[in-house]
Design a protein around this ligand. Structure first.
Ligand SMILES: N[C@@H](CCC(=O)N[C@@H](CS)C(=O)NCC(=O)O)C(=O)O
Length: 255
């Protein structure tokens, strides 16, 4: 599929989810230790957890579990006793759990001290719309592709509904590459839009002292996806370039 078609279907996938996983408030408690999520990008249930993570402004270590990756399945079984995703391990509270409803409720309770907001609440509507999003992406980010192992985890900046970031997450999942997902949800009107066309007439400035602000100080703007690979010391913007890089560095072409 061409990149443009992928971007369009990714925009449609975010649209059927009503762009959940776009915004975040800043008052979420920041846990000292990174939460781990055993995840399958194309899994509709996992999407609901990742949407909650963006909404809560929480970062996470993603252990991808694509179907057909025996090593990943073994890791998941060792961690959870089953092969079901999503599975979450929170070293801050020593809690571990499976299933999107329990995980989403736990995250809101633990980190915002609140119930799950209506728009993310477990139920039929969210479950169906998330399945539809997977269908629009033709199941990308579900099945394993042959790949070399990444020794150290990569770091990916993005937010759940970002159509361009989704394409990168799908490939990371298919290749079984683990990564730290740094969520940069939108926190104000000026964050809305693309990097050079924002909903503000003033010079763009993220919310002070936020993760976006830190990113802005380093790069002079906020644009996602942004990928860092400590194994090769490569750092890249632009989804096309990131995908080409992942294919070249980790993909193994079938003969
Ligand atoms: N050409 C870029 C486009 C990236 C892009 O427009 N990203 C949007 C999110 S989908 C963005 O960074 N928006 C600005 C923001 O979130 O602050 C690519 O393919 O990676």
């Amino acid at each position: 599929m061409s990149h443009s078609v992928n971007v369009i279907t990714s925009i449609l996938a975010s649209s059927v989810r009503s762009w959940r996983g776009t915004t975040t408030k800043i008052e979420t408690a920041v846990p000292p230790k990174l939460i781990t999520l055993y995840d399958r990008e194309g899994c509709p249930d996992c999407r609901l957890v990742r949407e909650a993570l963006t909404e809560l402004n929480l970062d996470v270590h993603i252990v991808p579990c694509p179907e057909g990756n025996a090593q990943a399945t073994d890791k998941l079984k060792a961690a959870s006793g089953s092969t079901l995703v999503p599975h979450l391990i929170d070293p801050n509270s020593d809690k571990t759990m499976s299933g999107q409803d329990s995980i989403v409720c736990y995250l809101f309770n633990e980190y915002r001290g609140s119930e799950v907001p209506e728009k993310l609440a477990p139920g039929f509507k969210n479950a169906i719309a998330s399945r539809l999003a997977t269908t629009l992406r033709n199941g990308s980010g579900t099945l394993s592709l042959p790949a070399k192992e990444a020794e150290q985890p990569l770091t990916l900046y993005g937010f759940e509904s970002s159509p361009y970031t989704r394409l990168v997450r799908e490939r990371l999942c298919e290749y079984g590459i683990h990564y730290h997902l740094i969520t940069l949800g939108k926190q104000q009107r000026a964050d809305v839009g693309i990097p050079n066309l924002r909903m503000t007439l003033k010079k763009y400035r993220p919310v002070p002292h936020s993760k976006r602000d830190k990113f802005f100080s380093r790069h002079g703007n906020v644009q996602v996806p942004y990928l860092i690979d400590p194994n090769t010391e490569v750092a890249l913007f632009e989804s096309v370039e990131i995908l080409q890089y992942l294919d070249k560095t980790y993909g193994i072409k079938r003969a």
